[in-house]
Write a protein that binds this ligand. Structure first.
Ligand code: ZN
Length: 236
């Protein structure tokens, strides 16, 4: 289980699917990501992985960049190798935020969202951009499991920043269909994010131009462009 903000939906899902909790992975210390951990480990003692630089009292395995998380109970068959996840440091939203990458999937908490990114609370714009750039280097087919379903609102903003992007218009249609059917838009893929997420496209001329309009100044430095569209999004 990644980022259980509450225990009850996790317990319900485990019961409904006949699954057993084997480990908890936390990406950062915000209560809407860790608020359910105490109750879950009281019910069943499982390892709790999370960023070593953040105050999460229930952690049993503090982790950081370069560490590998191995979860034996997740093996698909007794003979299969236990899947492992690489830990990536991605500070910016919080000071020691981490992501987990493995099995072709990325669990990135509140750093990269579908067509958006998290707010910069404890780090700097430069750090956040560096973290996003690190995630963007993963393979195109990587499944992106982010922390919140903000996709439609994010696409609406992205269309203001990158109005000529036809892939963005197509993405909005797909996302709207999914939400109308009561389904999540997640996971997305990194290929899709690189093509449509303005926060991963701070060097694209169209995004630079929009940032300059917002700033009322000429700036091409990606950190300045990123900071401008992040501030614009906060106000929108
Ligand atoms: Zn958060």
């Amino acid at each position: 289980m990644v980022d259980p903000g509450e225990a009850r939906p996790v317990q319900d899902y485990l019961a409904q699917e006949g699954l057993t909790l084997v480990a908890i992975l936390a990406t950062h210390h915000h209560p809407d990501h860790v608020g359910g951990i105490a109750e879950l480990v009281a019910m069943k003692k499982v390892p709790v992985f999370g960023p070593k630089g953040e105050p999460i009292p229930e952690l049993t395995h503090p982790v950081g960049q370069g560490d590998k998380v191995e979860i034996p109970g997740l093996a698909a068959a007794p003979t299969a190798l236990a899947p492992s996840f690489d830990v990536l440091d991605i500070p910016g939203h919080t000071r020691a935020h981490v992501a987990y990458y493995g099995l072709g999937s990325l669990f990135c908490g509140d750093t990269l969202f579908a067509c958006g990114c998290g707010r910069v609370f404890e780090g700097t714009a430069a750090q956040m951009l560096q973290s996003l750039t690190k995630l963007a280097a993963l393979p195109d087919e990587t499944k992106v499991y982010c922390g919140h379903e903000y996709t439609l609102a994010n696409i609406k903003f992205a269309r203001a920043v990158d109005p000529g992007n036809a892939l963005l218009a197509a993405r909005e249609e797909r996302a709207q269909c999914l939400r109308d059917a009561g389904r999540p838009t997640l996971p997305s893929t990194l290929g899709e994010e690189r093509a449509t997420n303005p926060f991963l496209r701070c060097a694209e001329p169209a995004v630079v131009e929009s940032a300059n309009k917002y700033l009322g100044a000429r700036a091409s430095d990606p950190v300045r462009v990123f900071a401008a569209i992040r501030e614009w999004k906060n106000k929108s």
